[in-house]
Write a protein of this length. Structure first.
Lengths: 200, 244
């Protein structure tokens, strides 16, 4: 009962992460109803991102096609420190802190032995190659604090041992604004391990 | 909707929607349980790390008509931090989880499998344990639990034992070890056979506490293949284990 283009649109939307058949149908009908220029803005944006955006050849962050990313192009960044993250969304999160002045290395995921994702699927060898090539002195491991992220951090740390680079890891602690009594045992245990001197 | 209490080990989790996760557990009294943990991916979640794979927890869940239960409360029994924070131990732990995920079934209580898993994770967390020995020992013990344990005292095909025959091969589909005349499957050294007998014959504790000796790597290979033959499936956690 739907037209062919509408069926195709629902199918395509339904392939997007987190979108089920019901949502796909709802979005498709929304697009059918809105003014053409509103719908074309979305289709143009999709075309533009696919045509003009790719991975930075150095750090694998998002970048304009054929160019390095904004961070790698910024001459004010500290070139001796690398923050190793799982995905470009993490780069954006660190950039929002305005507290980090070094560069990044995006692994493109995390190890997941249960899903069969081994180290060869991540950009780990590219990271190892950057250490001598760019004169990196410190690598900060900033993978997600879950099982996959921790496995990845341990693997990368071991892969970098012997290169002479200092390998550090993001401190694990309590969420600011949270209540101590609700903290789980592992978070609290690690926060205790990572305690630091207070100067009153 | 009914509320129930159980203990279980988290086998794996999947993202659900924006902030939730589906958590799959091997429980003591209900077999495999799939439950939704609402809001668990937010940093403010009261579940925190308690529902990460490898966690051994006591839980309170809602059971409704749908196939997914809902986690209401969680308390940690063991968080196995020592396993999570060591690459070899974590890899070994994940291999156990993968196998238990394959062996356990929803709605079928398997307290023996649950107890064996908790015991193996505790052994793994023990600093005196050699991590590499735990998965193969667990696979062999689990095969016995499944009623698919290998024959190790005599040739599984002709029934003759040492010293009459020399036992030189192993094939789970044939039932276990095989003599020179009946040999099939993979060849097996005398060291691996001795280790296999110790693990299945009550000497596991001592095996776990001694450095991997002769035949250990061979036995690991053999136990993995035997479990894969039993499950009719490759073990990803073993095959894609990160070994730098
Ligand atoms: Zn870059
Ligand atoms: Zn025989």
């Amino acid at each position: 009962m739907y037209t062919e283009p509408l069926r195709v649109l629902i199918d395509e939307l339904g392939r997007l992460p987190g979108i089920g058949p019901k949502s796909a149908q709802r979005i498709a009908f929304y697009l059918l109803k809105v003014a053409p220029e509103d719908a074309f803005r979305l289709s143009d944006a999709i075309v533009a991102v696919k045509e003009r955006t790719a991975w930075c050849a150095r750090c694998f962050n998002v970048a304009e096609r054929g160019s390095l990313c904004e961070v790698c192009l910024d001459p004010s960044r500290d070139t001796s420190v690398l923050c190793v993250v799982e995905d470009p969304q993490a780069v954006a999160a660190f950039e929002r802190t305005k507290a980090y002045k070094g560069r990044y290395h995006v692994l493109g995921g995390a190890l997941n032995p249960l899903e069969g994702i081994g180290p060869e699927r991540l950009r780990i060898e590219e990271l190892v190659a950057r250490i001598p090539a760019e004169g990196i002195t410190e690598v900060v491991l900033c993978t997600n604090p879950n099982l996959e992220g921790e496995a990845t951090a341990m693997y990368v740390a071991r892969r970098l041992s012997g290169t002479g680079v200092r390998v550090t890891q993001l401190a694990s602690g309590l969420p600011v604004g949270g209540d101590l009594e609700y903290a789980d045992e592992m978070t609290l245990g690690r926060a205790l391990d990572g305690r630091r001197e207070v100067h009153g | 909707m009914t509320l129930y209490r159980d203990r279980g080990v988290v086998l794996r989790t999947h993202k659900l929607g924006e902030a939730d996760r589906i958590v799959v557990l091997a429980t003591e009294h209900r077999g495999k349980v799939r439950a939704v943990a609402k809001g668990v991916r937010r940093t403010s979640s009261r579940f925190g790390s308690r529902l990460e794979p490898l966690s051994h927890v006591r839980l309170l869940c809602w059971h409704g008509r749908g196939e997914l239960d809902t986690v209401d409360q969680v308390e940690v029994v063991d968080h196995f931090r020592a396993v999570r924070e060591n690459l070899e131990k974590m890899t070994a732990g994940l291999a156990l989880l993968e196998v238990v995920d394959q062996l356990s079934q929803e709605g079928h209580a398997d307290p023996a499998l649950y107890t064996m898993l908790v015991g193996a994770l505790r052994a793994l967390a023990d600093p005196a344990t050699e991590a590499a020995v735990v998965p193969p020992a667990f696979f062999l013990k689990a095969l016995v639990l499944e009623g698919a344990g290998p024959v190790v005292e005599a040739c599984a095909a002709c029934g003759r034992a040492e010293p009459e025959v020399e036992l030189v091969a192993f094939d789970l589909t044939e039932g276990g070890v095989l003599c020179r005349g009946c040999r099939r499957g993979r060849p097996m050294s005398a060291d691996a056979l001795a280790l296999l007998r110790r693990i299945l014959g009550g000497g596991l504790g001592a095996v776990l506490r001694s450095p991997p000796g002769a035949g250990a790597a061979e036995l690991a290979q053999l136990a993995t293949e035997a479990m894969e033959a039993h499950l009719d499936r490759r073990l990803r956690a073993v095959r894609s284990a990160p070994n730098p």
